[in-house]
Design a protein around this ligand. Sequence first.
Ligand code: ATP
Ligand code: MG
Length: 568
Amino acid sequence: MSSESKSVSKNFIEEILAQDEDTRRFQGRVHTRFPPEPNGYLHIGHAKSICLNFGIAARYSGGLCNLRFDDTNPTKEDVEYVDSIQEDIRWLGFDWEDRLFFASDYFEQLYDFARKLIRQGKAYVCDLTADEIREYRGTLTEPGRESPYRERSVEENLDLLDRMRAGKFPDGSKVLRAKIDMAAANVNLRDPVMYRILHAHHHRTGNAWCIYPTYDFAHGQSDSLEGITHSICTLEFEHHRPLYDWFLEELEIHHPRQIEFARLSLTHTVMSKRRLLELVRDQHVRGWDDPRMPTLAGLRRRGYTPEAIRNFCERIGISKFNAMIDMHVLENSLREHLNRVAPRVAAVLRPLRVVITNYPEGKSEFLEAVNNPEAPSAGTRQIPFSRELYIEQDDFREDPPKKFFRLAPGKEVRLRYAFFIRCEEVVKDPETGEITELRCTYDPETRGGNAPDGRKVKGTIHWVSAEHAIRAEVRLYDHLFRVPDPIDVPDGGSFLDHLNPDSLETLTDCCLEPSLASAVAGEQFQFERLGYFCVDPDSQPNAPVFNRSVTLRDTWAKVEKAQQAAGK
Ligand code: ATP
Ligand code: MG
């Protein structure tokens, strides 16, 4: 095989890793890390990064991947996030073994690095305010101006930094800056801030520190200290790379190779933690784990499986170009997995009573139903049939359009795994005209779903025996936002203006087959003909709550749409 054809299947990151292996750049070592800031819950975008970093480590012999919290911003961080992040990564199926680290563990070392740079004349304490620093920085077209504090002596800088650490100065009164080049074309190199004063309690170091390193100063050095070989990050850090290189070179410490890739964006949702926090805090959703959220906790509650998410990340691949992925790609990954593993059951979401007038009162019998046609080993179960049943309101039309093969007056239909029934009479509420009941007859000869005389019916519908049914609440979800990209909309305004007011519909009177009595939170099912559903943790004994994870493809809606379009 030529090297060219071998490389076709590789993404560009794997190409780089293969090169580094060939040149022994890191003595053949591969060591990655996933570095979240504990300032929110993980979302599906993070899953892409987790699958990438842990996946690479798993593919190389001796490969390792660390989990490191980049916890340099105490005012936005919380142990709740530290805990949830670990839970979510484990749930996704990855293991950092004994390599759990925190940037805050390196605060003392980072402080020493800062002092080293001061001694080398490469860092200084600056008294400009935040606004002044911004103003002095210049723009993309104009160079910056040098701070009047730039030429402080090494001794003065060392002394000031020590007093900053000792709490002698108020928040915002001084910063430590790298002394690089105020005329650099790359704005990140115009004397960036390394330390700021922040008299704030840190969730791990308590009140030990009142100065905190910036992300830009902490991140690269933390990677270096951990011996990371490949620091994989998203594209927006490309312009920070020269700064990270500068720090590592001036400090003369291990130099990881930074590789940038395109972050994941999905339609009909938002992915920035700031916006997700706003949704939670202002109660547009019920919490970080609301099933409409793109967080891993939300997706899990919605019924997503780790397999579906990992397959999705594999499918979308890795690239250098930011693009938006359609939510349907994610949903399809879930359908594919649940189609293989979820047992089929009968559930009626909007019940319509059916009385089988020629079936004896008080009698019931059991019929055999297949648990999963995709997995014969899943076997069969017995479902009860009796004189009174429920069917979906949608499965009956008093005045059926063409090609409506479900139940209608005088028409015959197959009840799945049971009998043919014919609709003889429609009973309505005399006041409202609403259909309250159908009176039907069944053909006992069609037990199991076939007529011995060879007569055919076109439609098969699902049903539940009324006296055996379990009552349940079912929550139907739709996109959280009405538009594909709620951030970038021409009319401006807030992303909140584009929330979908119908993203949650709660049905409280659903009827499930009795086998679901023992279902526990998190369990997944296919409700035949309706979609995939899972048990919500809000469930109580005898009061189950189900979430719709994803619909099946709705063929009737398509037929009807096509008919409307054709004017039929
Ligand atoms: P946000 O901007 O949404 O707050 P972040 O990038 O600040 O997210 P971090 O906690 O820093 O969040 O992210 C940890 C890791 O996950 C980083 O390496 C980051 O590059 C990666 N990551 C974050 N969002 C995405 C995304 N949408 N797609 C791919 N990787 C992502
Ligand atoms: Mg970040």
